[in-house]
Design a binder for this molecule. Sequence first.
Ligand SMILES: [Mn+2]
Length: 376
Amino acid sequence: MSYNNRAPVSRRARIQKLNIEQGRRILVISDIHANIPYFEGVLKLADFSDRDVLILDGDFLEKGTESLKLLRMLMEMSKRENVHLVCGNCDDWADMYLPDFRDEICDYILKYLQYRKRSLLWDLCVEQGFDPMELKDFRPMRELFRETYAEIWSFLGNVPHAIDAGNFVFAHAGMTPGKPLEEHSPTELDRVDALLKTDRHYDRWLVVGHWPVMLYGEDRVCANPIIDRERKIISLDGGCSLKDDGQLNCLLIPDIRSEDFSFVAYDPFPTAVALEEQEEGGQSYYIRWGDSDVRVLKRGAEFSRCRHVRTGYEMDILTKYLFTGDEVTGCNDSTDYILPVHTGDVLRIVEHTSRGVLAKRGGVTGWYFGKLRQTS
Ligand SMILES: [Mn+2]
């Protein structure tokens, strides 16, 4: 769950063995985070059909606006033989009904709900006619939901923490090298932060989400999947529902025996054609989640001059990206990277500003100040 108290480490993960016949294409999507338009968008881009095997690699719930609706959609889709879910650290709400659940965790859940405001449990409260912000105690809700949503808990409580498909393991966040899958705890599979920053490597492919790929970059970042062929790790999370410039990635594996990977990515941004050449900027920085405290040096209506607290790096940040009006505040992910652009390049426009556009080109976000021809 998305709060600090985790399942006892002694608990064993659920592992699903999956036999995928040769000749079937495999689609892998992670971290949909309750975002139905992105999910439908990427399935359409991938031309998904019943001939394909679809694997949703965890964190389908929370953070986006339609957790309950998406869950019901997935419960329906999962009745097909070709759709398989993996449990992420945001999907394990059925744990509330396990015998070793500690009652005091309800206090964390209430805090989490009222802070996050977008959650499966929030949607369930609303469906039952309660305003989650008015709740003083989550315990009565937990009891009310137990019977009312028995079907949901039974569904979520059976979603595996990893799928073992032979050449490939699909887990939400990680896997301990050398340890048999069945011996993992749920947290060892769904809670490993920044897997690519560890020294882990594998002898079969491990496909994960969990850690938005843009968190791995420094001065410039890219939202496309990272495919590390040496360590056999594929990291998929493109920041869907979390980042202003996020996208939902779908890995395409042509066949269970193939390593000829490709991907499609969906975001809803309008496209435009660059009409002018732009040289890549020099020094740049990317301020991101978890390390986003800035001191506001000069607050403007559209842009504010800010100094990143940890590094001292200065850049202009969109004022609407600042969390508060305080002198020191966190902010949405921000960059001053100037994109290299050729005439005729198609850009995906994240923000229009008086200075130019914040745009994506090949998954990389940065600024473009030249003329544009709008295409969609
Ligand atoms: Mn996630």
